[in-house]
Design a protein around this ligand. Structure first.
Ligand code: ATP
Ligand code: MG
Length: 351
């Protein structure tokens, strides 16, 4: 079996972590019996500064036939965030209907927790964030700033189709995992969209009698992720709330350099995109000290998605074993002195 993978290493440490993580995925292929056909695209802010666009006009056509996309990071201090967002990330997310943003948080053994009293192995949850509408939907013409620029209207869009599909994916995940789903909304303050969301969760729940549903307001959920993170299994939330909760999740995992993510089109009609949660990290660029594990773990999510769950588990086990071994190489974010490539090669050897 050969998988056709696109990589977009992008900017800053994105290039380093993708270069380091790819050999780990190839090694997984050797061990579990498949191959990768990799096409690398040099799209990002450098291209934007030279040619005025993050990616070429036919970028989406080039990506569409691929089995999956592995992205490093896009961003540069001199390029406004909306350029990177609207020039690359959002067009891909929209064109390929990647309506699930999936972000797992695992506190691995051997990693120091920022939460007092927690050790590796205690925390393991995943956030399913709605990725296409909600508070980040651009409802053409409605939103505006007026009255001498002193008043702004910003609305949110929730549709039955949009909510139902993310909620159903979250229930499926909970049913495969520990059977618990936490529905995070703010229906006391937002009486339309969030109430529609809650109603749909109740309806879909009847299809999954094996899943226990907990309902939390987003403010309470933010506290509880810090106070009792071990009790969470799957959380489902809107675009904005999911955005915030997943950053709490990334911190809980012990380092930004350990947090993977996926933008998924679950039906597989289009390629899904896998990327570390972190950005281009201009403060550490060019020093080869970026932690490659967030990208390696994103690669494991990619393997699972294309249909290689055993290889995915193998990669995760290799990462788990490395983090648990006191003498194994670690990048500075985890208190070590090893380089990006030393850490990646060690995972490869453990595979
Ligand atoms: P961008 O604008 O591209 O999002 P950023 O400035 O927001 O970049 P992030 O990449 O989100 O920066 O990183 C935030 C902090 O976490 C930085 O101080 C960075 O050094 C650190 N960091 C991020 N990724 C890693 C990594 N893989 N390894 C080690 N440290 C990291
Ligand atoms: Mg950032």
């Amino acid at each position: 079996m050969t998988y056709d993978i696109a990589t977009i290493p992008g900017d800053g440490i994105g290039q380093t972590v993708v270069e380091a993580a790819l050999p780990v995925l190839r090694e997984a292929g050797d061990v579990y019996g498949f191959e990768f056909d990799v096409t690398a695209y040099d799209w990002g802010t450098e291209r934007y500064r030279e040619e005025g666009a993050m990616m070429p006009d036919d970028a989406l056509e080039q990506l569409e036939p691929r089995d999956a996309i592995l992205l490093g990071a896009v961003g540069h201090p001199d390029v406004p965030d909306h350029v990177t967002l609207h020039g690359l990330l959002l067009p891909i997310r929209k064109a390929f209907n990647q309506y699930v943003c999936k972000r797992p948080t695992v506190l691995y053994e051997g990693v120091e927790s920022p939460l007092r009293g927690y050790d590796g192995g205690d925390i393991d949850f995943v956030v399913y964030r709605e990725n296409t509408e909600g508070e980040y939907a651009d409802i053409g013409g409605r939103e505006h700033r007026g009255f001498d620029n002193d008043v702004a209207i910003q609305s949110a869009l929730f549709t039955r189709q949009g909510v139902e599909r993310i909620v159903r994916q979250a229930f499926r995940a909970a049913s495969r995992r520990r059977g618990k789903l936490t529905n995070v909304t703010k229906s006391n303050a937002q009486a339309y969209g969030m109430v529609l969301w809650d109603d749909i969760v109740e309806e879909v729940a009847t299809e999954f009698p094996d899943v226990t549903v907990e309902r939390l307001l987003v403010d309470a959920a933010s506290m509880d992720l810090v106070r009792r993170p071990e009790e969470f299994d799957v959380l489902v939330a809107s675009n904005l709330f999911g955005d915030i909760l997943t950053d709490i999740g990334a911190v809980i995992s012990g380092s930004m350099g350990l947090a993977p993510s996926a933008n998924v089109n679950p039906e597989g009609e289009y390629p899904s995109l896998f990327e570390p949660v972190h950005g281009s990290a201009p403060d550490i660029v060019g020093r080869e000290i970026a932690n490659p594990l967030a990208t390696v773990l994103s690669g494991a999510m990619l393997l699972e998605h294309v249909g290689e769950p055993e290889a995915a588990a193998g990669v995760r086990d290799a990462v788990r074993a490395q983090l648990a071994a006191p003498a194994a190489p670690r990048t500075p974010d985890l208190g070590g002195e090893a380089s990006t490539f030393e850490v990646a090669r060690d995972v490869e050897a453990r595979l």
